[in-house]
Structures are given as C-alpha cells and as structure tokens.
Design a binder for this molecule. Structure first.
Ligand code: AMP
Length: 512
C-alpha cells in the first residue's frame, strides 16, 4: 500500500534541495525542508488524537506553514477543510458542525471568538498565525521531522471544500486522492510544467484554484513558487521578472492592465498566463495580447470537479472560450429535459464525467440523484455551447438564466453586447420579477474610468444588435459590480438589490 497523492506530490522530492516556496521577504523553503515541516505537523496531528478520516478545519492567513498543514493532512490521511478568511464565527459554526471537525485551527486573533464554536461541537482548537507561530506550530516544532506516511486508497477523502453557496447553505464537496492526483497530472502535462518553472502565486489557498490547481501542479512538477499573501499590483509587477508562470482570476489581469507601467517588458520572462474561476472578458484577452504579446490561457473548472476544460497550450487560445475538455475528462452539453446532447451552436447544460469529478457532498447522499445524471455525469449548473471547432463557451450559471415573456435570455450574450458599448467597462445582466414578463432583463453597467455612459446611446445601439426580448428593460449605472474573493460577480446580490425594480415603477437606485 501507499499514499498515491503524498508520494507523487511530496514523497519523491524528500531529498531535493531545490526551492519550493519563496516568500516576499526573500526567504526560500526547499522541498526537503518543507517535507520535514510537513512531517512535524503530521506528527502533531497524531499527538492531538486525529486519526485517518478525521476532519481538520483551518482558517488561517496564507503562509508556508498553512500549506504544510494541508500537506500534513495528506500525509496523515486527515481530511483537510480550508476556510475562507472572511468567514465569521457564525459561519464557522456551521462548517465545524456540518463537517464534525475534530480540530479547528485559527489565527490567535480569532481564538476568543472561535473557542465557543469549537467547544459547542466538541472540537479541539489550536492556533496558527500568518508568521508561522501559534500553538499548533509550537507542538509541531517539538516533534521529529519524520512521520510514517499513512496508506490511502484512490477513493479515500483528502479534502472537504465548501462551495461558496451563493444560493442556500454551502455544501461540502468531498475530494478524493484520485480526483486531485488525476487532475494535477493532466494539468502539469497540458500546461507543460517542469522543474524549471517558477509560479507567481497570489491566489488565496482556501479555494481550489490556489490550493489544488496552483500548488498541486507546482509540487507534482517540482517547480518553485513565489508565495504572495495577496494580489497587490505593485508587488506582482515587482516579482513577475522572477517567475515563468502566473495563474490568476480575471480581476488580476484587469488590474494589471489598468496600470500603465504594466507592459511587454514586465511580462517578458513569463511563458504562460492562466486565467480561471470567473469569465475573462474577450476584450481583456485582446487588450492583454496587445499590451504584452501574450495570449492568456483560459481554463474552466469548479470545486466539485477540479479542472474541466482548458484552451490549448499549443494551438489557438480562443478569447471568450474555455477551450476543450482536458484529457481523460468528458464534457457534454445536454438539454436536460429531453436528455439529448445538443449540437454545436446550441446552448445546454454543461455536464462532466471523469476521474476528476467528486463523489458527492458530505453527508448528503440523497443529492446524488439531483446532481448526477443516470449515465454518471455531474450537472455543473453552468450553461454552455460548443462552437463549430469544439471550443466550449460558458454562457452563464443556469440559475442566472433569465426567462422573460417565456423566452430564454442568456446573460452572457447580452453582456457581450453591452461590454462593447462606448464608455462601458463591464456589465452584468440579471432578471428580476416583472409584472408582465415574469422576469424583466436588467443591464447593470460600470463606466470606464473618467467616462460617462450615455444610456440613450447604449439603448439605441443594443436595439440594432439584439432581439427585443433580450434587451434590458432598464439600465443601472453603478461604480462597481459586487464580487467575491475569486472575482465572481455576485448576481444574487444584484438580484436582491434590484428585486423591486419593476414594482409600480418604483426603484431604489439611479435607474432609467
Ligand atoms: P468554484 O467552485 O468557486 O471554483 O466556482 C466554479 C464556477 O466558476 C463554475 O461553475 C463557473 O460558473 C465559474 N467559472 C470557473 N471558471 C470559469 C471560466 N473560465 N469562465 C467562466 N466561468 C468560470
């Protein structure tokens, strides 16, 4: 027996003095040192009574130590549950309760607020601070740097990642050894990762993107990463010259483009820019290429499935699309009512099947029938369309689909037209309750810096481009769109904000 994920990501680098993590202060942690640290944490978990299969919930600042706790869980067979640093004690209460976590690890500053949470659910509480200090690290430092890796099977759980839960309560996606390892292998190969690579890592590590995509691929290839606590334009620009790959959410790229210092020279050492977790505007893709000469490689995935599709490394990276299904991953676009896989050009539900796809949500076996089709595909909740060349385009979340007067309106199609309008930086299209149409289309617009949007002109131009039922019945100009930490526009908040927009013609916002 063995522990396939640990062996592939860490075990085989045990004697490597090559750098793994470079911190902003210039300190570097080699593979061998990191693996020693991981063993100490794994031993500390054993000392605290955690057995394989137990859950460890961690809400901590991004640091090499926090990452070592993740790796220690892999080595010890403990299920790792990373939590967004923005979550409140009330939210943590739900996660600890739902997961039955045996240990809650948090920053010292949170100890007072979280002790009652841990106590209420019989969990132990230890601390880990951004500088690597804390009661858990003290315990780890007192242990030896060797630990006998716990054997694991392909189906054993490695992590529980709670979905961001923009509707209803958040659900714990169970991720197995096989899910994570298969995806790391496929991505490292698809994006040509090697031991010569240095990844600029400015993503959070409580989400699948920064934790699994970025970190697992780096570990698998034996590459190094520059570990920045967060995305800061100045810091990122200062470090780009030391990196060969950057992974980011679209906001990273729009922020870089908004800075006039960012140019071909700043990006010249990078061989690959990857974007995902939210839609990258086609316009951003084009502007980025004009500015730097690089075509961003856009990919698509989700917590439950790991990465699903990617634009090609070689070959055309098509703006506004997420490319093709990754090797070993099956993607189909289906009409869920008829059960028919639709033709290229037709919109349908995006379904996915493969070794990357999770087995289900924690403690919710009854959901399997809703979330998976009879032939074993996971229903992603995204709507998409294949173009004639097989590139997949995401049209939006199915719950964001607007049905106005009985017609389906795909927000993305309308947003693309709005984004092209003069002085419009970006847009979000939502549907809200409408007395005649069931739902009325609303266009929420953000102006380019220093410009003013002429809504009459936008309306006239849209009239020439879109059928009447797709056109926004009202436009709202806002300073910025509400986004979560991964850069996703929170349409649920917009729908809530403009819920009563069409009631008796009254509204709470600057509307026309
Ligand atoms: P998460 O589980 O937080 O990673 O969110 C997954 C969701 O993010 C997917 O179901 C998509 O709706 C969205 N998403 C991820 N990548 C992309 C992309 N490249 N373009 C558009 N939406 C994306």
């Amino acid at each position: 027996m063995a522990n396939p994920l640990y062996d592939a990501l860490l075990g085989r680098h045990a004697h490597s003095r090559a750098p793994f993590i470079r911190s902003p202060d210039g300190e570097s942690v080699s593979y061998a040192d990191f693996i020693g640290l991981v063993a100490r944490y794994a031993a500390a978990l054993g000392e605290l009574g955690l057995a394989p299969g137990d859950r460890l919930a961690l809400q901590a600042q991004k640091s090499a130590a926090a990452l070592a706790v993740y790796a220690a869980c892999v080595q010890a067979g403990v299920v790792f549950l990373p939590l967004n640093t923005a979550y409140t004690a009330g939210e943590l209460d739900y996660f600890v309760d739902n997961s039955g976590a045996a240990l809650l690890v948090c920053d010292e500053a949170q100890r007072a607020a979280l002790t009652p949470v841990a106590d209420a659910h019989g969990a132990k509480l230890h601390t880990l601070n951004g500088d690597g200090s804390g009661t858990l690290s003290t315990l780890a430092q007192s242990r030896d740097a060797t630990f006998e890796t716990v054997d694991r099977e392909a189906d054993d759980l490695v992590a529980l990642l709670y979905t961001s839960g923009t509707t209803g309560r958040s659900k714990g996606a169970m991720l197995t050894q096989a899910n994570l390892l298969s995806n790391a292998r496929v991505l490292a190969e698809a994006w040509r990762f090697s031991a010569d690579d240095v990844l600029l890592h400015a993503l959070p590590i409580f989400h699948t993107h920064g934790l699994f995509v970025a970190t697992n691929v780096t570990l698998l290839a034996g590459s190094a990463m520059i570990f920045l606590p967060r995305f800061d334009v100045d810091e990122v620009m200062a470090r780009l010259g030391d990196a060969t790959v950057m992974m980011g959410v679209p906001t990273f790229y729009t922020r870089l483009l908004a800075d006039s210092r960012f140019d071909r020279e700043t990006a010249s050492g990078i061989r690959l820019f990857v974007s995902g977790s939210a839609p990258l505007l086609a316009e951003t893709h084009v502007r980025f290429e004009h500015r730097t000469g690089h075509r961003i490689l856009e990919r698509y995935g989700m917590t439950e499935t790991n990465m699903i599709a990617s634009n090609p490394f070689d070959g055309e990276r098509r703006a506004g699309t997420v490319g093709f299904a990754l090797p070993g991953v099956e993607v189909t676009v289906r009409d869920l009512e008829s059960g028919r896989d639709v033709d290229p050009g037709e919109v349908g539900a995006i379904l996915v099947r493969g070794p990357n796809v999770f087995p289900g949500y924690w403690n919710m076996p009854e959901r399997r029938r809703e979330d998976f089709t009879d032939d074993g595909f996971f229903v992603t909740g995204d709507l998409g369309v294949f173009d004639a060349d097989g590139y997949l385009q995401i049209v939006g979340r199915s719950k964001d689909l607007v049905i106005s007067g009985g017609f389906n309106v795909y927000p993305k199609e309308v947003e693309q037209v709005l984004d092209e309008q003069d002085a419009v930086a970006e847009s979000a299209v939502i549907g809200v309750s409408h007395p005649d149409f069931g739902e009325g289309v609303v266009g929420v617009l953000v102006a380019q810096a220093g410009r003013v949007i002429d809504v009459d002109r936008v309306e006239a131009s849209v009239a020439g481009r879109l059928a009447a039922f797709k056109r926004p019945k009202k436009y709202i100009v806002v300073d910025e769109l509400p986004r979560n930490t991964m850069g996703k526009v929170q349409k649920n908040l917009l729908r809530e904000r403009y819920r009563a927009l069409f009631d008796n013609g009254t509204s709470q916002a600057p509307v026309r």
